[in-house]
Design a protein around this ligand. Structure first.
Ligand code: PBG
Length: 342
């Protein structure tokens, strides 16, 4: 028998797990988790005018694109094998009002961007958020009722239904209600079907927590909650609530969601796992702006290695059970994937 132990004394061990870690070929052979570009969704910000700034200070490497620039970016992402893009509008404040009227404009920024994308790159899947925060001056996801001092659930759902139909008409593959109103998935499904949009899917932001990690996103779309308004805790979930998160996912599945989402991702890996085991539809996880910003900031300070931390953060989310990951790292991760394949 060949003996390759370096010295003559060795332990008689029946189990030596390190055998499977000996070299890169064996490690690759037994690797359990990988993050392929096909399961990534790239969030993309769109601006309406060249007078708006493109750079976003708290999101290094992320830009607000004009529609012409968006087409170029999306084509490159598609070429890298990225599964889908998610569009978020950055409107000028003159367009915002308390009813979120710009959200229902068929010639609005999002419908125009969707039409252009679907015309140029028909095989790229496109999803759009259904919520009013980019369209209201107070940054809330729905219609504010001053008497209630809260977002009005049912008045908001009535607007979201119209918004979803508008996006379906523009050609999106998925609408993604990110507002956390009760009953909106069923109501939106019904409105889509009534309009003949039976093929338009719904990705429900099901377990969406009231998180501090959304800060940079709110800078990007200008939706920081205005002075004098409450925060979003009357609709987004308490970060400590696990059972309630699973309940939300089950309700959205029941109401007809084609996928359910957990958001944020990194601090909520247990929720991703539990939701994965509770529903039968694909589970998406959103690695949000603050998670991305945090890794970039530490890398800039020289405290963490950007590429390795990026990949590890995504592996963790995938391992927790996410079938699909929305991440601002989509492009960089897909490029790294391509380098590894060649
Ligand atoms: C809006 C929405 C938010 C995000 C996605 N859709 C912010 C919020 O709820 O205030 C956050 C995404 C991110 O932080 O990257 N409904």
């Amino acid at each position: 028998m060949a003996r390759n132990h370096s010295n003559s004394e060795w332990l008689r061990l029946p189990r030596r797990p390190r055998r499977l870690r000996q070299g890169s070929a064996i490690r690759a052979l037994v690797a359990e988790t990988e993050v392929a570009p096909r399961g990534l969704i790239a969030p993309l910000f769109v601006r309406e005018s060249a007078t708006q700034e493109a750079e976003i200070a708290s999101l290094p490497g992320v830009r607000r694109f004009l529609i012409s620039e968006l087409l170029q970016e999306a084509a490159e992402l598609h070429g890298l094998g990225i599964g889908a893009v998610a569009l978020f509008p950055a409107l000028r404040s003159v367009r915002k009002d308390l009813r979120g009227s710009a959200a229902l404009d068929p010639k609005g920024l999002v419908p125009r961007a969707v039409r252009a994308l679907k015309k140029e790159i028909p095989s790229l899947a496109v999803m759009t958020d259904v919520a009013l925060d980019p369209y209201t001056p107070h940054g809330h996801d729905g219609i504010w009722n001053a008497k209630l001092n809260d977002v009005d659930n049912d008045a908001t759902v009535a607007v979201l239904r119209k918004m979803a139909v508008l996006y379906a008409e523009a050609g999106v593959d998925f609408v993604a209600p990110s507002d956390m109103m009760d009953g909106r998935i069923g109501a939106i499904r019904e409105a889509l079907d009534a309009g003949g949009h039976v093929r338009t899917g719904i990705i429900a932001y099901a377990a969406k927590f009231a998180s501090a990690y959304y800060g940079p996103f709110r800078e990007a779309v200008g939706s920081k909650t205005a002075q004098g308004y409450l925060d979003k805790r009357t609709y987004q979930l308490d970060p400590g609530n696990r059972r309630e998160a699973v309940l939300e996912a089950l309700l959205d599945e029941e109401e007809g969601a084609d996928m359910v989402m957990v958001k944020p991702a990194g601090p909520y890996l247990d929720i991703i796992r539990e939701v994965r085991e509770s529903v039968r539809v694909p589970v998406a996880a959103y690695q949000v702006s603050g998670e991305y910003a945090q890794i970039h900031a530490a890398a800039r300070a020289g405290w963490l290695d950007l590429e390795r931390t990026r990949d590890e953060s995504l592996i963790g989310i995938r391992r927790a059970g996410a079938d699909v990951i929305l991440t601002y790292f989509a492009r960089a991760a897909a490029e790294a994937w391509r380098r590894r394949q060649s």
